[in-house]
Design a binder for this molecule. Structure first.
Ligand code: M6R
Length: 482
């Protein structure tokens, strides 16, 4: 970015007009960027361009804006236009002249963004993350209502997605969205019997795996703008695969480029640490797994209705988990002293263990690792001593006894254990663990319920350490570059 002004300056010095100098400079640039350019002496002009990274134009009343997404300009105007890949724009106080990569003048649709995106406030909460953790019952309910019909008991896949034509699913995502994908793999495979491959997008896009016709690529992303996930989605599309995007920002690039939009309805998420977007992704994907199982004849109508009913219980159960807040806050001072924290679980809980560890490390800067509990003996157990807290995610499901026996191995080595379970699990938990008892629930909603205590744990540890919860160091909300 330091080079770009010099290139523009040189072109101006050769006598080119500002827009021509900008255009010539763009032709010389390689890589991904979103630019906003001011030229000295041209006080009625802002130039903008995007390649790889998103850029929106905001239309105000006698004023115009450039921003990275709708949220950025939301407080100033509700009218925005997304620039397409390669577009550049010249704006003055009242107009935006947009050109495509070939320099042709083009029109980009002006959209009205919903007021919710413009009016995001913390309210009575100290941080956006805290608010967003508490938003989860509503976020899940809104999301589920797009996929489940409480009257008919049917689960539906939006956008004409027909799972009976899908032989395989390839999930691509980054960070927390990737862990939502990992959870959904268990459900698509066990309920719908569709084989699922999942890759972090930054690896997938360069791995160039062989792809088969009949594979559906599902990209998962809160922002819909993550550069690696977008590139992976495009790669799949270029291979001729069908594409779907589970996204929270419905006007984002992924939402626009995928064949099918699978929306989450979490509302704007501001905290860098993803919370309600994650549970909304898990909710949407779980409902889709039920829809897929029904479409493929793997479950009958009665079972579909039963699973639908259970899933629709999720918002109430999440509210129940939020009531654990005081207990979790009380654990924070001790946990905040740790240098390392380990998270264990089995089945879907192993994926949630990864998410718990990511949440803790990104906002509290404590080193944390998540593992499938069965992997303990293959290495991580060597880390355990009296100073290494272990968080065990242990709903009383079919794998509970195995998780208990792994927990006993940890305790035999002096590791302090926080054991997150339900009432039935609490009765059968090993002696000496610190218990957190969540509302009892069916396996299908357990990831949604158990996500809440691990988010709150990370939040209160970060607060205890005085960390900048909503803007952790070195991180950005949306990673639009590689
Ligand atoms: O917008 P996306 O869902 O594509 O973002 C993916 C990751 O960057 C994101 O989930 C990141 O890992 C969060 N900071 C986790 O809390």
């Amino acid at each position: 970015t330091e080079v770009i002004p010099h290139l523009i300056d040189r072109a101006l010095a050769r006598g080119l007009a500002p827009l021509d100098a900008f255009r010539e400079t763009l032709d010389r640039l390689r890589g991904a960027f979103a630019l906003a350019v001011l030229i000295e002496g041209e006080d009625q002009l802002i130039l903008g361009a995007r390649r790889g990274s998103p850029l929106v134009v905001g239309y105000g009343d006698g004023e115009m804006y450039l921003g990275s997404d709708a949220l950025a300009v939301g407080p100033m105007t509700s009218q925005i236009a997304y620039l397409d890949e390669g577009d550049y724009v010249a704006i003055d106080r009242t107009t935006a002249r947009i050109f495509d990569a070939g320099g042709r003048p083009v029109t980009r649709q002006i959209r009205i963004i919903p007021p919710a995106a413009a009016l995001v406030e913390k309210g009575a909460y100290r941080h956006f993350m805290e608010k967003e953790i508490h938003d989860q019952p509503g976020a899940c309910q809104h999301t589920l209502s797009a996929y489940l019909d409480p009257v008919t008991g049917r689960a539906r896949a939006p956008g004409g997605l027909d799972f009976s034509l899908v032989d395989r699913i390839q999930i691509v995502a980054c960070g927390t969205a990737n862990y939502a994908g990992l959870i959904s793999r268990y459900l698509f495979e066990s309920l719908a019997r569709i084989p699922v491959d999942i890759d972090v997008a930054s690896e997938f896009r360069y791995r160039a795996p062989p792809v088969r016709k009949g594979t559906l690529c599902i990209a998962i992303s809160q922002s819909g703008e993550t550069a690696d996930t977008l590139a992976a989605l495009r790669w799949c599309r270029d291979q001729g695969l069908g594409t779907a995007a589970v996204v929270n920002v419905h006007t984002s690039t992924m939402a626009r480029e995928a064949d099918i939009l699978l929306p989450t309805h979490a509302g704007p998420e501001i905290g860098v640490a993803s919370t309600k977007a994650f549970t909304s992704q898990v909710a949407a994907l779980t409902a889709l797994a039920v829809a897929a199982a029904a479409a493929r004849g793997r479950i009958d109508a009665a079972e579909e209705a039963r699973l639908t009913r259970l899933l629709l219980e999720a918002p109430r159960l999440i509210s129940g988990a939020l009531a654990l807040e005081d207990q979790i806050r009380a654990l924070a001072p001790e946990l905040a002293k740790a240098r390392d924290v380990l998270y264990f679980g089995r089945g879907v809980m192993s994926a949630l263990a990864l998410e718990g560890a990511l949440k803790l490390k990104e906002i509290s800067y404590i080193h944390a690792e998540g593992y499938p509990a069965g992997e303990l003996k293959h290495g991580p157990i060597a880390l355990i001593d009296e100073a290494t807290p272990v968080i065990v995610l242990a709903p009383s499901d079919a794998l509970f006894e195995k998780t208990v026996s792994n927990t006993a191995e940890v305790m035999a080595r002096g590791g302090p254990v926080i054991f997150i379970t339900d009432e039935e699990g609490a009765r059968r938990a090993p002696a000496g663990v610190r218990l957190i008892v969540t509302p009892g629930c069916d396996d299908i909603v357990a990831p949604l319920v158990y996500a809440v205590p691990i988010q709150m744990l990370a939040y209160y540890v970060a607060v205890q350490k005085g960390a900048d919860v909503d803007q952790p160091r070195n991180l950005a909300k949306s990673v639009t570059v590689e």
